[in-house]
Design a binder for this molecule. Structure first.
Ligand code: 4AD
Ligand code: MG
Length: 459
């Protein structure tokens, strides 16, 4: 007996002998002498149609093969005469593995995504979420493939850390101290020396600082792991737990950094177009009509590069009414980013050389004294998808920046050591994996690209 997934069954050469297919019933249609069972097993978007004749063993039990029930059907796989499918299974036997009563919430098609968010444990059984999680899987694989093909080493940076990479204070604390009545020191402050790690510890917001240590040993590295931010932004593009891809490259400047980001994004988009065509078609039909066109455009066209200063001039000269009028020195708001990439350039844009004030301590100071070699990559529909920079490799400049940011030399001594011993220019960036998924599927809310979204108030 040949055990086949629905995907394998639909593309198998026929006659394929005796086949066994297992999955969940999407629909059942009965006529007098036979029934059609549409089953889906998550291996692809399509269902396999099974034709169950009244003479088939198990036919009497078929009335319990309702939507959502799990079944095993064996029989002969044949070319289908019907429209819309290439193969069908002529059942020789049907086994109901698990029934699914009428209370199964996914009875009819066309539930709102808002409703589906209330049943994250079941929503992967819909076309939309099944498609999403297959794309998610493929996209993760393509990330590794991109870096492995280019000689990057995959490194694992810690999830529990004592440092705040971005300096934004958006850390989740990791502690074993009791929630009420934590021990206090002589000054009445919480005594973290009695905590599990003997000091305050947090979930990481970024693996960058540790990745830098490995890049300054292995040359080219990347991390790909979960990161956590306790920022109270209730937007469609922020999650409290998200996955980030962070390459870090020794002997690389901010220009080289942007080149790698552009190559990565193009590679990922091309990979999904090639390997998930049914899913792209599905999202193009039901979620974002312009998806395929937009993705092909991204693969073909070079990305735009502008300095922050140029970007501010464009925004100020645009005549556009922004909620937050922009002045040199301000951070770019989402409305500014979207104007640049969606209306002005109509292409992905790398903005670089940002004002120093708004950026973390580790970014390399430019000769103008006012800006740092930072870059954000903006894409249509999303805004910022990548944030990165060249790192400050000069020990005295780094020390100065650390002092300005109130960071202790003792805590970051290891980070300074990278500059004391064989320092090199180096650069890297972070690509938000969920934002990339939103980009390749056209899905508008980050809550719908990750199986179990964590956002403020929701875990
Ligand atoms: O711009 P960010 O904060 O950069 C860093 O953390 C650097 N340390 C990365 C580096 O240079 N190695 O974050 C990088 C990217 C953003 O551009 C965005 O795509 C994503 O991570 N991101 C989020 N995605 C979902 N939810 C959030 N709350 C996110 N915050 C950042
Ligand atoms: Mg950023």
């Amino acid at each position: 007996m040949n055990i086949l997934s629905v995907k394998e069954a639909l593309t198998a050469d026929v006659p394929a002998g005796n086949a066994l297919v297992r999955g969940w019933v999407r629909t059942r249609r009965d006529s007098k002498t036979f029934s059609f069972l549409e089953i889906n097993d998550g291996s692809c978007l399509k269902n396999l149609q099974c034709v169950v004749d009244a003479s088939c063993p198990g036919y009497a039990l078929l009335k319990s093969a309702t939507t959502g029930a799990s079944v095993a059907v064996s029989g002969e796989l044949v070319a289908s005469q019907g429209k819309g499918q290439s193969r069908e299974l002529r059942a020789a036997s049907v086994e109901i593995i698990g029934v699914s009563p009428d209370s199964f919430p996914l009875q009819k098609k066309g539930h709102s995504v808002e409703f589906l968010r209330t049943i994250p444990h079941l929503r992967a059984r819909t076309n939309r979420f099944g498609a999403m999680f297959r794309v998610r899987s493929r996209l993760a694989f393509a990330v590794h493939q991109f870096f492995q093909e280019r000689g990057f080493a995959y490194v694992h940076t810690p999830i529990v850390t004592a440092s705040d990479c971005e300096g934004a204070g958006e850390l989740f604390r990791v502690t074993t101290l009791p929630a009420d009545g934590a021990p206090k020191d002589a000054d009445g402050n919480v005594d973290f020396s009695q905590d599990f790690f003997g000091r305050p510890a947090y979930l990481t917001v970024s693996g960058q600082l540790e990745a830098e240590t490995l890049a300054c040993a292995l040359g080219k590295v990347y991390t790909f792991g979960p990161t956590f931010r306790a920022e109270n932004s209730n937007t469609s593009r922020h999650a409290s737990e998200f996955w980030m891809i962070e390459p870090e490259m020794a002997f690389c400047d901010v220009r080289g950094d942007i080149d790698v980001a552009e190559a990565l994004i193009k590679y990922l988009v091309a990979d999904i177009l090639k390997n998930c065509p049914d899913e792209v078609e599905f999202f193009g039909k039901f979620v974002d009509k312009t998806l395929r066109e937009r993705l092909e455009h991204v693969v073909e066209k070079p990305f735009v590069r502008v300095t922050y200063t140029e970007a501010v001039e464009i925004l100020r000269a645009s005549g556009e009414k922004f909620e937050f009028p922009i002045r040199w020195g301000d951070g770019l708001q989402s409305e500014h980013e979207r104007f640049l990439t969606e209306k002005h350039f109509r292409a992905p844009v790398a903005v670089y050389d940002y004002p120093r004030e708004a950026k973390p301590f580790y970014m390399r100071r430019n000769d103008d004294g006012k800006t740092v070699a930072a870059t954000d990559l903006l894409v249509p529909g999303i805004g910022e998808i990548v944030g990165g920079s060249q790192r400050e490799e000069r020990p005295e400049k780094l020390l100065e920046a650390m002092r300005e940011h109130g960071l202790s030399e003792k805590d970051y001594g290891w980070y300074l050591d990278l500059r004391r011993f064989g320092t090199v220019p180096h650069a890297g960036f972070g690509l938000g994996f969920e934002r990339m998924l939103m980009f390749v599927t056209g899905e508008g809310n980050i809550r719908d690209v990750i199986p179990f979204p964590r956002t403020p108030g929701h875990a």
